[in-house]
Design a protein around this ligand. Structure first.
Ligand code: MAN
Length: 350
């Protein structure tokens, strides 16, 4: 079997019932896909909290932020022929897509890596303005020198793009705006410069010609990005046949930059794979897993808000161990570990 993840026995570490909703009109539907950071000797998870409005019989209600940053609720009749509500994550009404939940990012800390708590004084991060009116999601955290770079998905009716905010203390944040315009997500910035330039993996989507492929961009300042190159495409018949996207910042090893990524099939089965990028020129892929290094096989990975999903965008690396935090079934936050050596061995065999 290809799955080489060692799952934490206390999984799931966090479930929707473990946190309080952001206000009394909302209920937490899912906790998922945390960004991971180390700060003041603690491990921090920047968890995506997806909330939904309380539902009434015969009606589907969806939340959106208005221009003032307040949640507004839109109601649609379930038997309205203009409504398509077949996907748990997104509905379509008369040609417009709406998310069934709206996400914000909540910071939790831990001293042992498995028990997490909220600390007063560290605010949640909410979407604001017309490019985040459907919320913000799936944040990657890259620490460059002493500055944390947060790259996250900005969601609105205008499309899905990548936003950047920076912070040093997790209390004050600087907004740098949208760094990759729609449709784009899954952006992971490398934590050190290569030959004097910043690099980032990102995932534009080009449905008519091309696909959901992983790209690399470079930048002189970490804010303005160019010289885009396509580094990895979907592969027919494999676990990443429909889409793939970067996880967290690539890990520097002797053999190259190791990137753990997610790959999905047309049936929306999300697995994790790995690829190795050249240390000097990360647009060159040296090796890539033929089979996933992790698959949704535990019951909490198969059943939940959106089942058959393991999705990671955050980890801690200690010597040979990568401790990933991941979203399972788009509902739970879990943890698993990999040996770097073992991943590299598996890549060699591919
Ligand atoms: C999207 C991602 C995640 C989510 C998966 C699975 O591609 O952006 O937010 O976990 O779908 O639903």
């Amino acid at each position: 079997m290809a799955d080489i993840a060692i799952r934490q026995k206390n999984n799931p570490l966090l479930s929707p019932k473990d946190l309080k909703s952001s206000n009394e009109n909302m209920i937490i539907e899912c906790l998922l896909n945390p960004g991971v950071l180390e700060f003041n000797g603690k491990i921090g998870l920047l968890i995506r909290v997806a909330e939904r409005t309380v539902q009434k019989e015969g009606i589907i209600s969806v939340p959106v932020y208005n221009n003032k940053g307040k949640v507004e609720i839109l109601n649609f009749n379930l038997n309205d022929p203009k409504l398509d509500a077949t996907d748990a994550r997104v509905i379509n009404y008369d040609g417009t897509d709406y998310l069934t939940t709206i996400s914000h990012l909540r910071l939790l800390f831990s001293d042992d890596g498995t028990t997490f708590y909220e600390l007063e004084g560290y605010p949640s991060i909410f979407g604001k303005g017309k490019y985040e009116s459907y919320g913000i999601e799936d944040c990657r955290v890259a620490k460059i020198n002493d500055i944390y770079h947060l790259t996250y998905t900005m969601v609105s009716a205008n499309g899905v793009g990548v936003g950047l905010r920076t912070t040093k203390d997790w209390k004050k944040f600087e907004k740098k705006g949208m760094i990759f315009s729609p449709h784009n997500k899954d952006c992971a910035i490398f934590e050190e410069k290569i030959n004097g330039k910043y690099y980032a993996l990102h995932r534009p989507s080009s449905p008519e010609l091309g696909g959901n492929y992983m790209w690399l961009a470079e930048s002189p300042d970490g804010i303005h990005w160019g010289n885009h190159k396509c580094v990895a495409k979907t592969r027919e018949g494999k676990f990443d046949s429909k889409r793939l996207g970067a996880g967290a910042a690539p890990i520097k090893t002797e053999k190259g930059w190791l990137e753990i990524y997610h790959g999905a099939t047309a049936e929306n089965r999300y697995c994790l794979g790995a690829m190795l990028l050249d240390l000097d020129d990360p647009s060159k892929v040296i090796a890539r897993s033929d089979e996933p290094i992790m698959e949704p096989i535990a019951d909490y990975e198969q059943t939940g808000f959106f089942g058959n999903v393991v999705f990671t965008n955050g980890h801690i690396v200690k010597d040979d161990t990568i401790q990933i935090y991941y979203g399972a079934s788009d509902e739970f936050v879990c943890q698993a570990s990999f040996s770097i050596k073992e991943i590299l061995n598996q890549l060699n065999r591919s």
